[in-house]
Design a protein around this ligand. Structure first.
Ligand code: DC
Length: 226
């Protein structure tokens, strides 16, 4: 159990494209626990900033926006639906541009502080699975189960390239590798809650592992709950 919450938490942190979102959703289903996609909150915040014409370096205005952010998450037909001010932004926030914008607002310490309690409030009975960058280090440091999922930038870019191709979207693999590497640098070198594994996290490099193999490893890690 967690001293900050009364319910068990599984945190899955890692860089963009590591597969943490897929694994977290599968584990939430397997355990019958709630699910928090913390990256979606930063993505929605960046979207709200664009909508309200707030610059990404206006820390005060962004922190205020973050504390009042009207975002609602629901699971509908096994899909995470995200609404910003009653508008369905589920598809809009998944683009590469939205991810990069999220990474930019996420460097600001007061923005992160404004979103802290909102994330902890997701921890409800019977438990929570969450994915992000600082779930195991900052938001739920007392989580019982922690995983840090990584993969090489090349492999993550390949996966993204394949996903985009399946959706009929043309992209350039070398550009994707550069974008992913730039985001890694921004997320892991910022001073506020940088991307890094918690000391007590299970480290998994999925570069040469399929999704089923990763799922089995994470499932085994939480076997006491199953
Ligand atoms: O996990 P994601 O790709 O949806 O996250 C988008 C960006 O949001 C990521 O590049 C950095 C930021 N983020 C963060 O700083 N902390 C989190 N816990 C989750 C995401």
């Amino acid at each position: 159990m967690n001293s900050m919450t009364d319910y068990p938490v599984l945190t899955i942190d890692g860089p963009s494209g590591s597969g943490k979102g897929t694994i977290a959703q599968l584990m939430a289903k397997e355990l019958g626990w709630h699910y928090l996609d913390s990256g979606a909150i930063y993505r929605v915040l960046a979207q709200a900033a664009i909508k309200h014409h707030i610059e990404f370096d206006d820390e005060l205005a962004l922190a205020e926006l973050a504390s009042e952010l009207k975002v609602v998450f629901t699971i509908e037909d096994d899909q995470l639906i995200v609404r910003l001010e009653d508008e369905d932004v589920s598809t809009l926030i998944r683009s590469e541009q939205a991810g990069n914008a999220a990474s930019k607002v996420a460097v600001l310490p007061t923005v992160r502080a404004a979103l802290l309690q909102r994330q902890r409030d997701f921890c409800q009975s019977p438990g929570l699975v969450t994915d992000g960058r600082d779930m195991g280090t900052v938001i739920f440091p007392h989580a019982v189960y922690k995983v840090f999922l990584s993969a090489s930038a090349e492999e993550r870019a390949q996966r993204r390239y394949k996903q985009l191709k399946e959706k009929g979207i043309e992209s350039n693999l070398s550009d994707l590798i550069i974008e992913i590497s730039e985001r890694d640098v921004r997320d892991s070198q910022r001073t506020a809650a940088p991307l890094r594994p918690a000391d007590d996290a299970l480290l998994l490099d999925s570069t040469t592992m399929g999704i089923d193999a990763v799922f089995e490893r994470v499932r085994a890690h939480c076997s006491d709950e199953l």
